[in-house]
Write a protein that binds this ligand. Structure first.
Ligand SMILES: N[C@@H](CCC(=O)N[C@@H](CS)C(=O)NCC(=O)O)C(=O)O
Length: 241
């Protein structure tokens, strides 16, 4: 449940039904929060979404997110109604708590390897931020993405999770969704090499058709519009509301 509108400073805390459902504190264009949306949707876990204006944060955000970041996931059915933060912690918690449609492998080694792979994705996320904020870093982006192309070749499956999307696929998807944003942003300088990234290109196509991904998708044009509004100092959080 959510109107899609972002709560800002001065707003009173939303009054939600006392139904024990999980509460996800999010921001519509945050790739880290998107991870949590994807896992909740992959497992069809009923939940409430509370969108947060991150420029003018509501005073009550600190009650659920001590570092004032999203995502934060509040667990109203647990004693003391604790909250979790950090997208990867949230994803792993949800995967363990809701065993339907498991995302991480059960085998401890394979599970550790998937988690390492997602850690290594920080090369891509770091380069992405640098490109959008400083206009440089495209070569570093491709070098970081090489690791993922090679790993898909090694696994020999369409998804990192095998024949269906798994933990790695959903954890990296928010940035794959935003790959075309780099194209819109850098225009002629953008040199995505379909041969070098044949498997990643195919993975993007497959994931775009995945119902879970479709449940929380924004177009490159929408992403760039949000990004430009943010850069101009008046972030349009409610662009899709
Ligand atoms: N490591 C965190 C990163 C979360 C994060 O940086 N979220 C951003 C929005 S995309 C945020 O809340 N920024 C607000 C701030 O830093 O004040 C995670 O994986 O959840």
């Amino acid at each position: 449940m959510s109107s899609g509108k972002h709560y800002a400073k001065g707003s009173s805390k939303p009054v939600l039904p006392d139904d024990g459902q999980l509460r996800l504190f999010s921001m519509r264009f945050c790739p880290y929060a998107e991870r949590a949306h994807l896992v909740l949707n992959a497992k069809k876990v009923p939940h409430h979404t509370i969108y947060i204006n991150l420029t003018e944060k509501p005073e009550w955000l600190v009650d659920v997110s001590p570092l004032l970041k999203v995502p934060a996931l509040q667990l109203p059915a647990e004693k003391g109604q604790p909250s979790l933060i950090e997208s990867l912690v949230i994803a792993e918690y949800l995967d363990e708590k809701y065993p339907q449609n498991p995302l991480l492998p059960k085998d401890p080694l394979k599970k550790a390897q998937d988690k390492i792979l997602v850690e290594r994705f920080s090369g891509v996320t770091g380069a992405f931020m640098k490109i959008l904020t400083q206009g440089t870093g495209l070569d570093d982006y491709w070098l970081a993405l090489d690791i993922f192309e090679e790993e898909l070749a090694k696994r020999g499956t369409p998804f990192f999770g095998g024949n269906k999307p798994g933990y790695v696929d959903y954890m990296i998807w928010p940035w794959l969704e935003r790959l075309a944003v780099i194209g819109l942003y850098l225009k002629d300088e953008y040199n995505f090499d379909v041969k070098r990234f044949a498997r990643i290109a195919k993975l993007i196509e497959l994931l775009k058709a995945d119902d879970v991904v479709k449940s929380f998708y924004a177009t490159p044009e929408q992403h760039i519009e949000f990004w430009q509004s943010r850069k101009a100092g008046n972030a349009n959080y409610d662009l899709l509301a």
